[in-house]
Design a protein around this ligand. Structure first.
Ligand SMILES: Cc1ncc(COP(=O)(O)O)c(C=O)c1O
Length: 395
């Protein structure tokens, strides 16, 4: 399956030559994905739980196919994938589902979780909520690139540590955490490792089995699939991960997440995952070249510009930049022809100082002078040349 050559509406330059450089916030649905979803809104509208007739069978077989496509893209078995409403839901479920399981067996057992100070808000805030439930949480500091250091992690382990949860590719600064190394430590210590791989899947090689990951959250809308759909991977053996169900009801998703499945979205997620898997090496190379092109041209055009995050251990599509002394708040009105982000897109839209940027040591003043540019499947070199001109003029 090839990447669609047809450019989705809205990323094209028809909109008054607007340039979308916010692919980390969300991606347009690939036209092939849209095509794959369409029949499940129309003639194949059945409920996959309807086991007694053809409408149900067709829907059920679409879900089975998508589950295999999604599993294959991350090196998992179909039975290890549970469809959810997105990565936020998957992230929350891991924490609350594990606590519920542990407390069901022993209400007085102390529980300790380890995470970092540069996680996505769906982990940060959920960790804050579990603290209120009496769970001890350590938010580890990271190095100046945003990576968790193995020694820091080793020192944080306690006899009652039950989970470590680290973002794989940081959504703001693009830094890649050493997840395979962390996984080895987790295995040695017999602690579950969960990773939020929302920005990793489709961008860097991800193989949960080979890399020894126990639980992994990811989302369809970051890989050219529909919004509101995601998955949680849970290892089925060595160790078999056990967490309590997220939602109780009709018993869908092996009783773990009840509720009628969103068949069109799941079918689209499957195709999106398959396209990503097939195109990963080429896409990764193309993104890296474009990103390097953008960075070298920005450096030439804007003296004093700085890169945030790791110089090489970073997602191929992400640049996070700071121009000290120039607040991006003032810049945004002058960047109307560009879609860029001053922080996480999942924020409130208000000017919130990024905890990720301050977490890697920027002052709040510097954090306010920072911008995230994220490239994607339909980004062209011409667009990047124009983007540099626009930024140069605005800054
Ligand atoms: C790293 C990361 N985790 C979680 C999420 C939330 O994903 P979703 O929108 O599927 O809930 C995002 C989205 O911005 C993300 O970038």
């Amino acid at each position: 399956m090839e990447t669609s050559s047809e450019r989705p509406m809205g990323t094209s330059q028809q909109q008054d030559k607007a340039i979308y450089l916010d692919y980390n916030a969300t991606t347009p649905v690939d036209p092939q994905v849209f095509q794959a979803m369409e029949p499940y809104f129309k003639e194949h509208f059945g409920n996959p739980a309807s086991a007694g007739h053809r409408w149900g069978w067709v829907a059920e077989s679409a879900v089975t196919k998508a589950r295999a496509q999604v599993a294959s893209a991350i090196g998992a078995k179909s039975s290890e994938i549970t469809f959810t409403g997105g990565a936020t839901e998957s992230n929350n479920w891991v924490l609350f589902g594990l606590i519920s399981k542990i407390r069901e067996e022993n209400p007085y057992e102390p529980i300790h979780f380890i995470t970092s100070c540069v996680e996505h808000s769906s982990i940060m805030k959920a960790m804050g909520a579990v603290q209120k439930m009496g769970v001890e949480v350590d938010f580890l500091p990271v190095n100046r690139y945003g990576q968790v250091e193995i020694e820091t992690l080793r020192k944080a382990l306690k006899p009652h540590t039950k989970l470590m949860s680290f973002i794989w590719v940081n959504n703001e600064i693009g830094t890649i955490n050493p997840i395979p190394e962390i996984a080895r430590l987790a295995k040695e210590a017999k602690i579950y490792l969960h990773t939020d791989a929302t920005q990793a899947v489709g961008k860097i090689p991800v193989d949960v089995t080979e890399m020894g990951i126990d639980l992994m959250s990811f989302s369809a809308h970051k890989i050219y699939g529909p919004k509101g759909t995601g998955a949680l991977y849970m290892r089925s053996k060595d160790p078999k991960v056990q967490i309590n169900p997220l939602i109780y009801g009709g018993g869908q998703e092996r009783g773990l997440r009840s509720g009628t499945l969103n068949v069109p979205a799941i079918a689209g997620f499957g195709v999106a995952a398959e396209i990503c898997q097939k195109n990963l090496p080429l896409e990764n190379q193309r993104m890296t070249e474009l990103r390097n092109f953008l960075w070298s041209h920005l450096q030439a055009a804007i003296p004093g510009i700085r890169l945030n995050g790791h110089p090489t251990e970073r997602a191929p599509n992400n640049l996070n930049i700071t121009l000290p002394g120039h607040k991006t708040e003032m810049l945004i009105p002058r960047l109307q022809k560009m879609g860029v982000s001053t922080g996480s897109a999942c924020g409130t839209g208000a000017m919130v100082i990024s905890h990720v940027l301050t977490g890697i040591g920027l002052t709040s003043e510097e954090a306010q002078c920072s911008l995230r540019l994220s490239l994607g499947r339909w980004t062209t070199q011409e667009e990047l040349t124009q983007a540099v001109e626009i930024l140069k003029g605005a800054w």
